[in-house]
Design a protein around this ligand. Structure first.
Ligand code: GSF
Length: 202
């Protein structure tokens, strides 16, 4: 299998974290692509018409995207504890939490494009403020929910860790930990997992 990704991609990091958590790192070759919506990567576009990473080329020639699909596919290839609960409330809680984390990432990546790709005169400050407000609301909700995470490791909590790691990487000046002691304490613990230590952005 060939994974098109990049060290700075938080969605790509989620896939890499899953590879480490499931013991599948050696099964996947990695190709780091440097791309933006304005400077797409030809090999990525040939695999994924959306031109987005991560995308995973399988040995039979088929391609999987996006990160949610790739992670659930990988979770079916190992014999360890499932990161995607098979059914019931646990499944939909994990999927909902992943959706919250991925939504934070979509918003944060969009903000990054807005502030470093879009020419200064074309930036829209009301839109930027509205996107930042979405992330703040999501962080406040996670502050309320995380005491119930306990030691739970699934695609939801791992996606949250990747989202918080991306805020540290690209939006450190927004100091997400201020006023969120529970979330900061939870993240300090989970960030010590080998899968997260091995995939820190940079
Ligand atoms: C989002 C991937 C994405 O936005 C997923 O994999 O879950 N829903 C998708 N990837 C970004 C790079 S990133 O992770 O910062 C990307 O490929 N941007 C290039 C583009 O053309 O949008």
């Amino acid at each position: 299998m060939l994974l098109h990704t990049s060290p700075a991609s938080p969605f790509g990091r989620k896939v890499s974290v899953v590879l480490h958590e499931t013991g599948l790192v050696a099964k996947v070759r990695r190709r780091d692509a440097s791309l933006t919506p304005l400077a797409p990567d030809a090999a990525v576009c040939a695999a994924n018409p959306l031109g987005k990473i991560p995308c995973l080329e399988l040995d039979d020639g088929s391609v999987l995207y996006d990160s949610r699909v790739i992670c659930e596919y990988l979770d079916g290839l190992h014999d360890g504890p499932r990161l995607f609960p098979a059914k019931g409330a646990a499944r939909f809680e994990a999927l909902r939490l992943q959706a919250l984390a991925d939504g934070m990432l979509d918003t944060a990546v969009g903000l990054r494009y807005e502030t470093f790709l879009r020419p200064e005169p074309l930036r829209w400050t009301d839109w930027i403020a509205a996107q930042k407000a979405k992330i703040e609301r999501a962080l406040d909700r996670l502050e309320q929910e995380c005491p119930r995470f306990g030691e739970r490791i699934d695609i939801g909590t791992l996606a949250v860790a990747c989202a918080l790691g991306y805020l540290d990487f690209r939006f450190a000046e927004d100091r997400w930990r201020d006023g969120r002691p529970e979330l900061a304490a939870w993240y300090a613990r989970v960030a010590e997992r080998p899968s997260l230590l091995a995939t820190r952005p940079g």
